[in-house]
Ligand binder design. Structure first.
Ligand code: NAG
Ligand code: NAG
Length: 225
């Protein structure tokens, strides 16, 4: 009886000790919008980790929450044996990831996700002058064009003193706007076509962190110049 209990324990222990995880912290730097692949491999490639779970802690000092229990990652996680693929990274994914196996062994990954920083200077609006009927590209971009901001808006203001109106909510621009961020996530520029004098005023590109870039657009009428 005792003998068989010991034997079972022995088998379980050898099984769990078969896989050793590297003790080192792996540091990973990504841009928002990218994917990250975390690999929880045993130091000996012939062994396999048993009962592997992935956990997250923002500070790295706990509490450690299983990633499957967090709404934050809904539809963005894929597991395959020892791999965890996390896609469409946002700045909120920053923190520490831990793969834990049996016998309290674990390996930690430190993930930093770089968000969008708008390029150029903020102090004075960019001045752009075009003739009515033409198109204009209102420039706005993240310093890293592969970075996808969590959200961004373009707003219009005739005088720079009254309320800012989201361009997408204005009938004035219907069918005359084009964005390019689907192909280049960090390119937030707005192309306006068939300009009229009514389009003259201030345009503001803004991201969630509160950074903005202003453009002052002058549209010359046909009569003029
Ligand atoms: C896991 O990944 C391996 C190779 O990386 C692949 O051959 C296998 O089909 C994948 N399994 C699942 C369930 O996706
Ligand atoms: C953004 O896309 C437009 C249209 O393709 C292009 O003209 C512009 O140069 C791009 N901006 C940046 C910063 O790449």
């Amino acid at each position: 009886m005792w003998f068989s209990v010991c034997l079972v324990n022995l088998i379980l222990l050898t099984g769990s000790e078969a896989c050793r995880l590297p003790g080192t912290l792996q540091t990973i730097v990504k841009s928002a919008g990218q994917s990250v692949l975390l690999l929880c491999s045993c130091t000996d490639p012939h062994t396999r980790p048993a009962s592997l779970i992935w956990e997250f802690s923002a500070s790295g000092s706990g509490p450690w929450v299983p990633v499957t229990q967090s709404d934050l990652y809904r539809n963005r996680l894929e597991f395959n044996e020892t791999k965890l693929l996390l896609s469409h990274l946002t700045e909120e994914d920053r923190g520490f990831y831990r793969c834990r196996i049996r016998n309290q062994q674990f390996r930690d990954f430190s993930l930093s996700v770089q968000g969008c920083t708008l390029s150029g200077q903020q102090e004075t609006p960019i001045e752009i002058t075009v003739s009515s009927g033409q198109s204009v590209l209102l420039p706005c971009s993240c310093t890293d064009l592969q970075t996808r901001p969590a959200s961004f808006t373009w707003r219009f203001n005739e005088e720079h003193t009254s309320a800012w109106v989201p361009v997408t909510q204005s009938d004035l621009y219907r069918g005359r706007m084009e964005l390019f961020n689907e192909t280049t996530p960090g390119n937030l520029s707005l192309l306006l076509s068939h300009l009229t004098e009514k389009d003259q005023g201030y345009y503001r590109c803004g991201i969630r962190s509160g950074q903005v870039r202003d453009i002052h657009l002058t549209v010359r009428g046909k009569r003029c110049c």
